[in-house]
Design a protein around this ligand. Structure first.
Ligand SMILES: NC(=O)c1ccc[n+]([C@@H]2O[C@H](COP(=O)([O-])OP(=O)(O)OC[C@H]3O[C@@H](n4cnc5c(N)ncnc54)[C@H](O)[C@@H]3O)[C@@H](O)[C@H]2O)c1
Length: 437
C-alpha cells in the first residue's frame, strides 16, 4: 500500500508518525511548530540562535502570541524540542522553512537566510522528505532558487522528494486570527508536492487552500501585502490632504466604513513598520523589474508611507509652535515605539525614524512602551519609563506613536500637555492641546 514515496508520507502524516522540522523559531516559526506539536506530531525546531533553542527546551515562550503554558506542555509531552544542530534535519519527514527575508540597503531582496537554510536541508536531503518554504519572497524563489539547490545531488522534486511554498499569513498581536484559523495557501512544485503539503497542514490548521503552483502561492502573499501597503499609502495621502482642507480624516473613515460593501477601512499613521508591509512589496517590484515591468503603485505608496515620520515631526512643530516653543531644546515623550499595538516588534518601526528626525532637530527624548524595555537610539541605550513617571516629567510635547491598549489615555489627556496623536487614540477628546495627524 505504501509503496510510493507519496503514499508512505501521507500515511505517516495521517498517523502522526511524520516528524516535522521547523527552521527559524521566530514570530512565524514558533507558533507553527507549537501548532504542529498540538496536532500530535513530534516537532523539532531549528534555529541558529542557541538562546532561542534553550528557551524552548526549558519550556518557555519568547513570542507574545505563543503562551509559555502551551510551549511547556508540548515540550513536557515530548512533542517539541529545539536544536541548533542542522544535521538532525536528516531525521525529519517534513521541513518548514521560516527564516527572515529582509531587504538590502538598496531595497533588493536579501535571500541569504533562505539560501543558508536550504543548503542545510540539501546537505541531508533524503527520498520521501517534504520541504516547504514559508518565508515571504518573490514569485520564482521556490523553483528558481530552492529547487536547484535541493536537486543538486540527484534527487528529483515531486518524484523523489516533495517541495512546496506556503505563505505565512500570521498577524502578530491578533487574538481572533491565529496560525490555527487563518486559511493556509499551499502550492507545490507538482501535484504530489501539493497533495502531501496540503495534507500536512490540514492536520494542524482549520482550512487549507491548494493552488496550482509555487509561483501562485508566492504571488498570493505579495498581493495581500501590497494591497495593504498601497491602501495605507492611499489613506496616508488622504490624511495629508484632509489636514490641508481642515477635515477630520478619522471622522471621514468612520463614516465611510458604514458602507456595507465596496469599502474597507485603512487608517493613517506615523509610517509602516514590521517585517512585512514595508518590505514585501519591494520583493515584488524587484522581480517585476527583472521582467521589464515597473510597479508604479508600490513605488508611490512607498514614497507616501516613508514620508509619514517627517509629517509627524511637522505636527510636533505645529503643537510646540502653538505655545511659542521650538523643537530645538524641547522635551518630547513618545508613547509606544513598537511598530504596532500590543506587540514587542521594533523592526522597521516608524517610531525610530520619528526619534531620529526629532533628535536631529534638537529635541530631548524619552519614551514609554510596556513591550519594549530598552532601545538603542543615537548610539545610546534608552529605557522605557511608565506613564505616571512620563507625565511627572511634564514633557513639552508627547506623541502617541503606538496605541498600546494598556496606556492610561485618560491620564495623558488629564495631564493637559501637548499631544500629537498619530493613531486617533484620543478620539473622544477635542482639547486644543491635542494635535491629530
Ligand atoms: N512576523 C510576521 O508578522 C510575519 C508574518 C507573515 C510572514 N512573515 C515572514 O516569515 C518569515 C520569518 O519572519 P519572522 O517574523 O518569523 O522572523 P524572525 O526574525 O522572528 O524569525 C526568524 C528566525 O530564523 C532564525 N534563523 C535565521 N537564519 C537561520 C538559519 N539559517 N537556520 C536556522 N534558523 C535561522 C533566526 O534566528 C530567527 O529566530 C519572513 O519571510 C517574513 O517575511 C512574517
Amino acid at each position: 500500500m505504501n509503496d510510493t514515496p507519496v503514499a508512505a508520507l501521507l500515511d505517516r502524516i495521517r498517523t502522526r508518525r511524520a516528524r516535522v522540522g521547523v527552521i527559524g523559531l521566530g514570530y512565524v516559526g514558533l507558533p507553527l511548530a507549537v501548532e504542529f506539536a498540538l496536532a500530535g506530531f513530534e516537532v523539532t525546531g531549528f534555529d541558529v540562535d542557541a538562546a532561542k533553542a534553550a528557551e524552548i527546551n526549558a519550556g518557555r515562550s519568547y513570542i507574545p502570541d505563543v503562551s509559555t503554558a502551551d510551549v511547556a506542555a508540548v515540550v513536557r509531552d515530548g512533542k517539541l524540542n529545539a536544536t541548533t544542530d542542522m544535521r538532525v534535519l536528516a531525521d525529519m519527514d517534513a521541513i518548514d522553512i521560516c527564516v527572515p527575508t529582509p531587504l538590502r540597503k538598496t531595497k533588493d531582496p536579501d535571500l541569504s537566510y533562505i539560501v543558508l537554510a536550504v543548503e542545510a536541508v540539501a546537505a541531508t536531503l533524503k527520498p520521501g522528505q517534504l520541504v516547504i518554504l514559508e518565508s515571504t519572497t518573490y514569485p520564482g524563489t521556490t523553483d528558481e532558487v530552492v529547487q536547484p539547490t535541493l536537486e543538486a545531488k540527484g534527487l528529483q522534486a515531486d518524484v523523489d522528494f516533495f517541495l512546496a511554498f506556503s505563505p505565512e499569513r500570521v498577524d502578530p498581536g491578533n487574538q481572533r486570527f491565529t496560525t490555527k484559523n487563518i486559511p493556509k495557501i499551499v502550492g507545490g512544485i507538482g501535484p504530489a508536492s501539493t497533495e502531501v503539503a496540503a495534507m500536512l497542514y490540514a492536520a494542524a490548521v482549520d482550512r487549507v487552500v491548494p493552488v496550482s503552483s509555487t509561483r501562485v502561492a508566492e504571488m498570493v502573499k505579495l498581493l495581500e501585502n501590497t494591497f495593504r501597503a498601497v491602501n495605507i499609502g492611499l489613506v496616508n495621502e488622504i490624511a495629508l490632504m484632509c489636514h490641508k482642507m481642515d477635515i477630520d480624516v478619522w471622522e471621514v473613515i468612520d463614516a465611510a466604513k458604514t458602507k456595507p460593501f465596496g469599502f474597507m477601512p485603512f487608517y493613517p499613521g506615523p509610517g509602516l513598520g514590521g517585517h512585512c508591509i514595508p518590505v514585501d512589496p519591494f520583493y515584488l517590484s524587484w522581480k517585476a523589474r527583472q521582467n521589464g515591468f515597473e510597479c508604479r503603485f508600490i513605488e508611490l505608496a512607498g514614497h507616501v508611507n516613508a514620508s509619514m515620520p517627517e509629517y509627524v515631526v511637522e505636527r510636533v512643530a505645529d503643537a510646540l509652535n502653538s505655545v511659542r516653543k521650538s523643537i530645538n531644546g524641547s522635551s518630547v515623550h513618545l508613547f509606544g515605539v513598537a511598530y504596532k499595538r500590543d506587540v514587542n516588534d521594533m523592526r522597521e518601526s516608524p517610531a525610530l525614524d520619528v526619534m531620529q528626525l526629532l533628535t536631529k532637530r534638537g529635541a530631548i527624548l524619552s519614551y514609554s512602551d510596556p513591550f519594549v524595555a530598552e532601545l538603542l537610539h543615537d548610539g545610546e541605550v534608552m529605557r522605557s519609563i511608565d506613564t505616571p513617571a512620563a507625565l511627572r516629567q511634564r514633557p513639552d510635547c508627547s506623541i502617541i506613536c503606538t496605541d498600546h491598549s494598556t496606556f492610561d489615555y485618560a491620564a495623558i489627556v488629564e495631564s493637559g500637555g501637548l499631544v500629537v496623536d498619530t493613531r486617533n487614540a484620543l478620539r473622544d477628546c477635542h482639547a486644543p492641546t491635542i494635535f491629530r495627524l
